[in-house]
Design a protein around this ligand. Structure first.
Ligand SMILES: NC(=O)c1ccc[n+]([C@@H]2O[C@H](COP(=O)([O-])OP(=O)(O)OC[C@H]3O[C@@H](n4cnc5c(N)ncnc54)[C@H](O)[C@@H]3O)[C@@H](O)[C@H]2O)c1
Length: 351
């Protein structure tokens, strides 16, 4: 059988190559570069195709498709969210994604995105905090110490300048794991016995818990003036982390309102409750933090443009570093209208 032509091959970043890529660049550099790449795409926001992600819900979780395009490239991510998975030794979130040329429709990259989603979520959170958190923030409470947690801690160190993380999880084994993973990070790591204790002295709180219900990870009395809340665990209908009273005291910033109103903390509020679109803060059209006493809330659910930016970033970096392989993914007949002939000739030639 003749070997496939170069048109058949699509660069593929496997999990192994993603890990090599991150190690060769350095995780904090990756997080900083990703934060800048996502911020840049937020300044181009009006250019992108936008739609709330397409979710397929079950009692145990959700499977979602997240498409977007900037007119030159098209991208999508497949991602799941299954909070009870960890009880069976499976992850809550797994993902992969693709970039394609709009001009031809041909894919240019297929990539693992489980690791990349954790990186891009942390980079988005930290980039957002750069605009909304108090300027002198040095201490962050981190509630929920699962798969996303170390990425969040490192992104806030690299992008925002956080020096201490105060950890809490209902499962103390998760906190021990997170503390051990961050032991050499240069962060001061303080395991705590409750959310309340984790909040002591913190100027930023990140909630990244997983529970498929209206949970109350933080109550109103825990939130002092001037705090920035980075709430990323409430990202599905019927799955939130904050008491409604906190929302009523906060200025709320979101990625794409039509998606966040379905999935975010603000599903607890009326549909016309005022929120600010983050991209407008980034372009300077709207003010972010206006005062030292203001409570800012990033109601982050994760939007397709962040995955698009992340895929574009790793595409460039993979081609530069060689950390990818070629997948024989696109059928490429000699005559583009003779797909059938290609198939039948392969049958004749096969041993
Ligand atoms: N917004 C986004 O872009 C985005 C991206 C990725 C993941 N997520 C969400 O972030 C959350 C965390 O994801 P993960 O991969 O780290 O999940 P995970 O299952 O690995 O970790 C979640 C942790 O939360 C803890 N937890 C659950 N209820 C708690 C409570 N009441 N108080 C304190 N801790 C509690 C669990 O014990 C667990 O250790 C999930 O809900 C996921 O859907 C959001």
């Amino acid at each position: 059988m003749a070997p496939p032509s170069h048109l058949a091959y699509v660069p593929f970043i496997s999990v192994e190559n993603m890990m090599r890529l991150v190690h060769s660049i350095g995780i904090e550099t990756v997080l900083r570069e990703l934060a800048d790449a996502i911020e840049h795409d937020f300044t181009r926001w009006p250019l992108f195709d936008k739609t709330p992600r397409i979710g397929s819900h079950s009692d145990l979780g959700v499977i979602e498709l997240m498409p977007t395009s900037d007119g030159e490239l098209y991208g999508f991510k497949y991602v799941n969210g299954h909070p009870t998975n960890t009880k069976q030794g499976l992850q809550t979130v797994t993902a992969f994604g693709l970039l394609a040329q709009v001009s031809s429709g041909y894919p240019v990259l297929l990539s693992e995105m489980t690791v990349l989603t954790a990186l891009r979520t942390a980079a988005t959170s930290a980039m957002t905090a750069r605009h909304l958190a108090p300027r002198d923030a040095k201490v962050m409470a981190l509630i929920g110490n699962g798969a996303q947690s170390e990425f969040q801690a490192l992104a806030f160190k690299a992008v925002v300048g956080i020096e201490e993380v105060r950890l809490y999880d209902i499962d103390s084994a998760a906190t021990r794991k997170c503390a051990a993973n961050l032991a050499q990070s240069g962060l001061r790591v303080t395991p705590c016995g409750s959310s309340q204790e984790a909040m002591e002295g913190a100027q930023i709180v990140t909630t990244c818990t997983a529970d498929k219900q209206y949970a109350t990870i933080l109550t109103d009395n825990m939130i002092g003036d001037g705090i920035h809340i980075n709430a990323i665990g409430g990202d599905c209908p019927g799955k939130t982390e904050l008491h409604r009273d906190i929302l009523l005291r906060s200025d709320i910033f979101v990625e794409y309102p039509p998606q966040t109103r379905i999935e975010g903390e603000i599903q607890q509020l009326p549909e016309d409750y005022p929120v600010t679109e983050l991209w407008k803060v980034i372009t300077g059209e709207v003010e972010g933090r206006r005062s030292a006493s203001q409570i800012t809330l990033f109601d982050g659910v994760g939007f397709a443009i962040e995955d698009f930016s992340a895929l574009k970033y790793v595409y460039t970096r993979a081609l530069e570093t060689g950390h990818y392989q070629h997948l024989d993914m696109i059928a490429d007949p000699d005559d583009p209208r003779d797909l059938f002939g290609m198939l039948t000739r392969a049958g004749v030639e096969a041993p």
